[in-house]
Design a binder for this molecule. Sequence first.
Ligand code: FAD
Length: 286
Amino acid sequence: MNMRYDIAIIGSGPAGLSASINAKIRNKNFILFGSSELSPKISKAPKINNYLGFPNSNGSELKEHFKNHINTMDITITEEKVNAIYSMGSYFALMVNDKTYEATTVILATGVEFTKPIKGEEEFLGKGVGYCATCDAPLYRGKVVAIVGYNKEAEEEANYVSELASKVYYIPMYKEEPNVNSNISILKDTPIEVQGDTLVSKLVLKETTIDADGVFMLKDSISPANLMPGLQVEDGHIIVDRTMSTNIKGCFAAGDIVGKPYQYIKSAGEGLIATLSAVSYLDKNK
Ligand code: FAD
């Protein structure tokens, strides 16, 4: 049987980190998903002047402070990407590639998605379009798959799919030279539209169109509505109240993902509120 966490925190930016230190202080059994590099939005900031206590700072400095803080509190980051979360009534099931985690409450702190979906992407989601190649690869045994990789990590997923599919096209959306298996065709092009009838049949790119049974869009973050079915979203942001509660019982959200202003200190503050609300939910539902 899976161990059931009190709180699963998704995202290692200021919102998720703040949620995690407060979960630790409250002595909860929690898991924090994200990256040991924390968040590119922390490390890339050239100058930070509005984070209380750290004047004249910059992203790499703030990142080190954040890292020290969680290390001091013995908080570890589970370096995995959560692909989907399902509410099971009294708990949540979190899908991470071939694993499932369980938690009584969830805090979504995934940041904002800047990559707009391409035409047809949302329409064909689950009908040939997917966000996790390793999860769905067995469906494409002997078939043609196009993989749009928004980061280097997508290469590993492409390699895995190429062991099962009859043909894999890899479309890198980043500048570095991709390093993928030799049986994968690399297309340096821009995807424009997913086409099909009831299921995906084509991926239209700027320069060419390819026949494909499956199209994987491997992005840094998944839109909240796709991450958790049933979640109320408006203009790409999760709708929350002042307690950072979403419309789904036991699910809370914090940081850029719930709306502007996009700022570190707001995200950190909301992470704190989300944890306190999760704690009071846990206490009430003991
Ligand atoms: P993020 O920092 O975006 O973190 C989200 C994390 O969740 C990421 O690590 C991501 O990889 C992870 N994640 C997403 N989906 C999943 C998943 N499915 N599974 C596991 N992990 C997942 N703000 C200021 O206040 N002052 C500034 O000076 C400032 N300068 C900035 C400069 C730049 C160049 C940029 C880009 C932003 C700047 N910001 C600044 C804004 C600030 O970076 C954001 O508001 C803040 O990082 C948001 O924090 P967050 O925790 O909500 O999300």
